[in-house]
Design a protein around this ligand. Sequence first.
Ligand code: SF4
Ligand code: SF4
Length: 360
Amino acid sequence: MTNRTAPAEKTEGKWKFGDLLRDAQVRDRWEKVRKYFFLRESTYDMTNRCNIRCDGCYYYEGEKQFAPENRDPGAWRERMHKEKERGITYVVLAGAEPSLVPELLETCFEVMPLGSIATNGFRLIPPAIGYKIHISVWGNDETSRRVRNAANLLERQLDNYDGDPRAVFVYTFTKQNIREIGEVAERIAGRNGKLTFNVFSAPVGYEGPLRHDRASLEETRRAMLEILARHPASVLFSNYSAMAHTHGLGLHALYGCSYPRRNASTDIGLGRSFRQYRADLTWDRSVACCVPDTDCDDCRHYAAGSAVVTARLFRHASDPDTFRSWLDYVDTYLAVWVMGYEKGENLCDRLVDPPGFSMK
Ligand code: SF4
Ligand code: SF4
C-alpha cells in the first residue's frame, strides 16, 4: 500500500480538483479515504510450504520457492522493527501458506499491527492475530478438488471463519469457473461472509486452461456486475473494479505499474519503499512486486490493482464520473485490506473508461 492513494501526477483537463469536491457525497468520501494515505506496504513470504497444491500457483514459479525458510521469530521481530524504521506501515503476509507458521504471524502482528494474510483457509489462523484474512476461493467444491486437490474446501473455509470480522473471501475468476460464482456467492452471503473478486493472472510461461481470453474476461465482467447487484451487502466491489480487472489490456498497460519490477524509479512511492521478502528474509529489487513471477501482460490481480489503480489519482480527476469511480475503487480496496474500514455505497453506477482507453 505504498502511496496507494497518494498523488503521483499533475491534474490535466478542464475540471479543477476543487470542482470535483463540490458534491458533498464525493467530498465526504474523499475525506474518508484520504485518512489512509499513510499506508506503506511491503510483502513477505512466510513459508515455502503449502498444504494443498493448485494449478496455476504463482508461488511455485521462479526463484522464490527455493528460498529456505527462516523460522526464527527473533529474526522476524528484528525485520519488522527495521521495516517500521524505514517507513513501512502495512504488511502483506503470504507464501506459500502462512497458516502453517502461526508463531511468525503472531510475532509480525505484535510489531506491525496493520496488515493482511493471504491464506487458502484450510487451517484457522488464531483469532488473536488481528490482520485482515484473505481466503482464496477458486470455484465450487468440485472445481477446488480438481484444480487445488482439496476436498470440501469452501465448507471448511466457511466453518473456520464463520462470523470472523477479519475474513474476506476472494473469488478468483479463472477461464473455467465463471458460472460457479452464483452458487459460491450464495453460500458465502448465506453465512454473512464478505466476498471480493480477483481475476486469475497467469504465472510467467503458464499456458494452462485457467488463462483468460477476451471472451472469458467479458463474461467475468458480466458475472461480477450481476453478483454485485445481487448481494450488495456481502460483495466488496464496484463497477470500476470490474472494468479495471477485466479489460483486454492488463493493469500495467492500462495504468503503468508502480512496483519495482516494472518501475525503475527509486524516487517516490512504491519504487522507493516496496520490498518483497522471500521466506529467508532476502529480497531482490529486480523481481519485486506483490505477485512476483506473474506475467505482467496478463496481470489483473486484485492485490496489484489496489496499488496500481489507486496511485493514479490525478489521472482519474478528469471529470465527475471518472473521479467517483476511482473513489469507489479506493473505498473497495480499503474495505478489503483494512480492519474496521466499512465500505460505503458506490458513488458511480455506470461503467466508465479507464483514462486514455476505451472500455473494450
Ligand atoms: S493455496 Fe496458494 S500457495 Fe498453496 S498452492 Fe494454492 S495458490 Fe499456491
Ligand atoms: S506482475 Fe503485475 S504487479 Fe507485478 S510488476 Fe507485473 S504488472 Fe506489476
